[in-house]
Design a protein around this ligand. Structure first.
Ligand SMILES: *[C@@H]1O[C@H](CO)[C@@H](O)[C@H](O)[C@H]1NC(C)=O
Ligand SMILES: *[C@@H]1O[C@H](CO)[C@@H](O)[C@H](O)[C@H]1NC(C)=O
Ligand SMILES: *[C@@H]1O[C@H](CO)[C@@H](O)[C@H](O)[C@H]1NC(C)=O
Length: 445
């Protein structure tokens, strides 16, 4: 019988013999396993198999989770341990991205974010969690295309086909109703922030086409629309004069309706007669005198303008103000204190240029020397081309003349720059001379 025993059985027998309890039942030790436990249908006795069960959220490290209790009281293969479990990559969600990681342990929470041009559907949570059964909590549809508000354009419409909604990336084109002009961009696009760019335009009123005129044209030919503030200029066919304002502009009187600022001008033949100014001139020198021409007038010497110095050719072919005349310059009657007119007799109020009048002083008065005119019975003055007289003579009381002469002489001496000391000496000599003369007279008598 012993010869039939295998080597292993022999060893088991030895252990059994050595067992202090003396029991024949061989048992494997119950290993303490973190986050899990070993389960067996039998009582961990020799030959029994056990299975490792990890706690929820944990997973066995290793491929085999079963072990057998061998006769030498060991588990074979070794019982694996339980480690925290992981989820695989989180599921893909349309138009959304999630953070990238190396591992996703149970309990990890991730948040999805919508891609450019998409926004989170209100009320849904973009988070997912790695559950204990190693699956991700379910994620609903998260992202929808960004919406732009429906563009509103009074007095205009969408030129592009109408759509239900306006989402990210869509373009819209606009047109204005007749009588309106588009201000802003004709085409706009819905951007990722839900705004139209460039901003939605608006339709503004326009002026009607500017009035046409006969024999002339305006700068707005070929222009389709005339928005507020636009200006047109008129011009006439060759040789015709433009009567009125050259340009008009589109404006508003009531703040709402638009109209042209003025009636359109007219194109007509307008000529003014050639102005005739005797004893005068005009500038610029012209042969023709069309509407609008401005002339300047001046007179020959000795004559002065009566009327305006400039005049313009009016639309009715007249000069405005009327062309002036050149009148001879006259001097008013000269008056001399203590003197009277000698010739011409019968004093006049006005005197012609170059006319000379003669004066005499009243009784007891005589002409003063003035330092320039010789003393005499008559004084003269001449009417100058500017309407003034040559310096008028003066009448002074008789007897004052000598004194006056002396004053003039002394004044002249000073003005000559003769030093005061020298004048004093001269005076002294004169005084001595006079005293000698006086003595001589007294001696004679
Ligand atoms: C396991 O062992 C216990 C006592 O140690 C015993 O009561 C039980 O019957 C045994 N079970 C089996 C299946 O052998
Ligand atoms: C995992 O657990 C969750 C919630 O406990 C459950 O809804 C889901 O069906 C489970 N998944 C699997 C694959 O068992
Ligand atoms: C006045 O006299 C000057 C010089 O004799 C002459 O040149 C001028 O033409 C005269 N003027 C008039 C208005 O007669």
């Amino acid at each position: 019988m012993p010869g039939l025993l295998g080597l292993g059985q022999l060893l088991a027998l030895v252990i059994l013999v050595l067992q202090p309890t003396g029991t024949l039942e061989a048992q494997c030790p119950i290993p303490s396993i973190a986050n899990g436990q070993l389960r067996s249908a039998e009582n961990f006795t020799y030959g029994s198999t056990a299975t490792l069960e990890c706690d929820p959220g944990f997973t066995a490290l290793g491929t085999s989770t079963t072990a057998r209790c061998t006769f030498n009281g060991r588990w074979y293969p070794r019982v694996p341990s339980c480690v925290p479990g992981q989820c695989s990559h989180p599921p893909a969600v349309e138009h959304a991205d999630v953070q990238h990681r190396h591992e996703f342990l149970v309990g990890t929470t991730l948040t999805y974010s919508c891609r450019v041009g998409f926004s989170l559907i209100p009320g849904v949570s973009p988070a997912t969690t790695c559950l204990q059964n190693f699956t991700w909590s379910s994620v609903p549809r998260l992202c929808q295309k960004v919406q732009c508000p429906t563009p509103v354009i009074p007095h205009g419409r969408e030129a592009s086909p109408r759509r239900e909604g306006y989402t990210f990336g869509q373009q819209v084109e606009f047109r204005c109703d007749h009588g309106y002009v588009l201000m802003g961009s004709e085409r706009v696009q819905c951007l990722s922030d839900g705004m139209w760019r460039p901003p939605v335009p608006y339709c503004d009123r326009v002026c009607d086409a500017p009035p046409k005129i006969t024999n002339g044209q305006h700068s707005g030919m070929g222009v389709k629309q005339f928005p507020y503030g636009s200006e047109v200029k008129y011009s006439c066919s060759e040789g015709l004069s433009l009567i009125g304002d050259e340009s008009i502009h589109c404006t508003s009187e009531d703040g709402e309706n638009l109209a042209w600022s003025r009636p359109a001008p007219e194109c007509r033949v307008v000529r003014c007669p050639r102005p005739v100014v005797e004893r005068g001139r005009m500038t610029p020198q012209r042969f023709t005198f069309p509407y609008g021409l401005l002339l300047h007038f001046s007179c020959d010497e000795g004559f002065r303008l009566r009327g305006a110095a400039q005049s313009r050719c009016r639309a009715d072919g007249t000069w405005d103000p009327p062309v002036p005349t050149c009148q001879p310059v006259v001097c008013p009657q000269p008056r001399i204190p203590y003197g009277r007119l000698k010739s011409p007799l019968g004093g006049r109020k006005w005197y012609q240029t170059n006319e000379t009048v003669t004066f005499e002083c009243l009784h007891g008065y005589q002409f003063s020397d003035n330092g320039m005119m010789p003393l005499g019975d008559t004084g003269t003055t001449t009417c100058l081309p500017d309407g003034s007289w040559t310096p008028l003579p003066k009448c002074i009381e008789e007897g004052d003349a000598d004194v006056c002469q002396e004053v003039h002489y002394t004044k002249a001496t000073f003005e000559c720059g003769v030093p005061v000391e020298e004048v004093k000496t001269l005076m002294e000599i004169q005084k001595l001379f006079l005293e000698i003369k006086k003595l001589e007279l007294e001696l004679k008598n």
